[in-house]
Design a protein around this ligand. Structure first.
Ligand code: PMV
Length: 289
């Protein structure tokens, strides 16, 4: 029996722009998913296409138990975390000697297959390696980890990442003279923000700028705006949509002593708040329980 866990993720900068080869910055965050795999020599009924994909990719059969602390379908990377942890647990239980890089690549391929080609390697990379990851075109590199006090607000408004990506593509086709400079401006924000990861006050300003630009792309939602304004009013350094938008989550960067006040303001706006921070470790082995 082998138990492995992997973290969720949050986009700090550059969502949507990354679809057009612009840079983005994503961070692994605290809620984890725990996966236990046992070599039972008999197949277990499938629980999800991601888990099926893991067993198929590695060509073995076994039983699996999942304990996820990451809310699913919220843009916090739960499917990537499940896939990365399941592949790692199978790799361990069946002594397959795959490297971390193999795991990250296989997890991305599985996400791509299940999501019918619509997946970026961001979630699987962040979940595998942890910390802060800079994505630019095809390349990904880790940035020095920083301790950040984050509050995520789940608007509880359902959204579809592929629909939002499509919507931005249509807007860009209709108004390239407006949207192209906005994507360039998001790139400018991400490239400047890299130099201020250790300065929360400054970083918050960049988050606010990024949010305004996301609004121009049309991925805002009244409930997200409410949560973002509530977080800023409660003392956050900055707050923005995170991920695809149109619903889903926002993220606020807070002074340590104010994070619970910000969480309270978000909860008071009929949303779910999650106080979190960086998870510097990616996928890891847990003690068998
Ligand atoms: O839905 P999320 O949080 O995984 O974010 C999607 C981010 C996009 O840039 C809109 C799409 C992508 O694949 O990078």
């Amino acid at each position: 029996m082998a138990t492995w866990s992997a973290p969720g993720k949050v986009f700090l900068f550059g969502e949507h722009a990354v679809v057009y080869g612009k840079p983005g910055i994503a961070m692994a965050i605290k809620p984890r998913v725990y996966v236990t795999v046992r070599n039972t020599k008999r197949p277990q009924r499938a629980k999800s296409p991601y888990i099926d994909g893991c067993f198929e990719t590695l060509g073995v059969m076994g039983s699996v138990y999942i304990n996820s602390q990451i809310p699913s379908s919220s843009g916090l990377g739960s499917s990537a975390a499940v896939t990365v942890a399941t592949l790692s647990a199978i790799n361990d239980e069946f002594s397959l000697h795959k490297t971390r890089e193999d795991i990250a690549n296989m997890a991305f391929e599985i996400e791509k297959t299940v999501q019918k080609g619509r997946a970026s390697p961001t979630d699987t990379t962040v979940s595998t390696y942890g910390g802060i990851v800079f994505i630019s075109g095809g390349s990904r590199r880790r940035l020095p980890p920083q301790n950040m006090h984050l509050v995520i607000g789940d608007s509880l408004v359902s959204h579809s990442t592929s629909k939002m990506v499509e919507q931005v593509a249509e807007l860009k086709k209709k108004h390239p003279e407006i949207i192209d400079p906005v994507l360039d401006a998001i790139e400018g924000v991400s490239l400047s923000a890299i130099h201020h990861l250790g300065n929360p006050r400054e970083l918050g300003r960049y988050m606010n700028m990024n949010n305004s630009l996301l609004e121009v792309l049309g991925v805002g939602h009244p409930q997200l705006s409410r949560l973002i304004l509530a977080a800023r009013s409660a003392g956050a350094f900055g707050a923005k949509i995170t991920g695809a938008g149109g619903g889903g989550c926002m993220v606020a960067l807070c002074p340590k002593q104010l994070k619970h006040r910000v969480a309270g303001a978000i909860e008071a706006s009929e949303a779910r708040a999650l106080v979190t921070g960086i998870d510097t470790e990616g996928v890891r082995k847990e003690k068998n329980v």
